[in-house]
Design a protein around this ligand. Structure first.
Ligand code: MG
Ligand code: MG
Length: 254
């Protein structure tokens, strides 16, 4: 069942989402060559706790860290480790925070120092694809409209769309119904209604969209080792559109 959140719940989700946004802002200046992903994880966990929240992903189905750190060909669910970031890497950082029982979820891909033109292209158009998908959100539209818009945009820019990993509802669980795929057909899927809260999260690749899972049973990477980017916002469906709960402008409605 897809739940409709009350005004009170939406404010708690907005508070959790804002903590996620602030955590991204806090980490950003540390994302430089030489830092380890474990150090980033510790910084993020301390920051989230300092805001009266807990990291949503820590121990989630056994995940061993507060945030996911996925480098280059790694798509999602990278486990923070002693690996040091290098100039030219990209790192996708996925952050979840739980505040008074409600979650926020947002991922962003960051460049480490100078990256190649190809990588810049991947990052620019994956980020744009997120906003192209979000632009479909208003009551009466369908989940399939979001995925179709993202897929059309990715195809136009010759980027691979990962199909096995999808966005989701967000509430008292970090992953709720419905699934929000980054592909699909317009006019299909559940109807969007005011008060639904969903995370939209395109994961695009420079090469093949095929993926595999590493021996750690968490890290997912591209089969052909091509780079992958990931941008995610949690949003609430409003009367006329949507409001980003994990973005900078705290109450901005689109
Ligand atoms: Mg996420
Ligand atoms: Mg998510």
């Amino acid at each position: 069942m897809i739940s409709i959140k009350s005004e009170r719940e939406i404010e708690l989700l907005a508070h959790a989402g804002h903590i996620v946004y602030l955590t991204h802002c806090y980490l950003k200046p540390y994302i430089k060559a030489g830092i380890t992903t474990k150090q980033l994880n510790e910084l993020a966990e301390d920051f989230i706790r300092s805001k009266g929240a807990t990291p949503s992903f820590l121990n989630y189905e056994g995940f061993p860290a507060a945030i996911c750190t996925s480098i280059n060909e790694e798509v999602v669910h990278g486990i923070p480790s002693n690996r040091k970031l290098k100039n030219g890497d990209i790192i996708s950082i996925d952050i979840g925070a739980c505040y008074k029982g409600y979650h926020g979820d947002s991922a962003w891909t960051y460049a480490v120092g100078n990256v190649s033109k190809n990588i810049e292209y991947l990052m620019e158009h994956t980020e744009k694809s997120l906003f192209i998908g979000l632009a479909e959100i208003k009551p009466g539209n369908r989940i399939g409209d979001i995925g179709a818009a993202i897929e059309e945009y990715a195809n136009k820019h010759k980027l691979g769309v990962i199909k096995e990993l999808v966005g989701h509802g967000v509430g008292t669980n970090v992953h709720e119904e419905p699934d929000v795929p980054n592909y699909g057909k317009r006019g299909t899927g559940p109807i969007l209604k005011e008060g639904m809260v969903i995370a939209v999260e395109p994961m695009l690749t420079l090469g093949s969209p095929e993926i595999c899972i590493l021996d750690d049973n968490w890290t997912i990477e591209t089969d052909d080792y091509s780079a992958s980017a990931h941008y995610e916002h949690t949003v609430v469906v409003t009367k006329n559109g949507y409001r980003i709960l994990t973005g900078g402008a705290y109450n901005e409605e689109k």
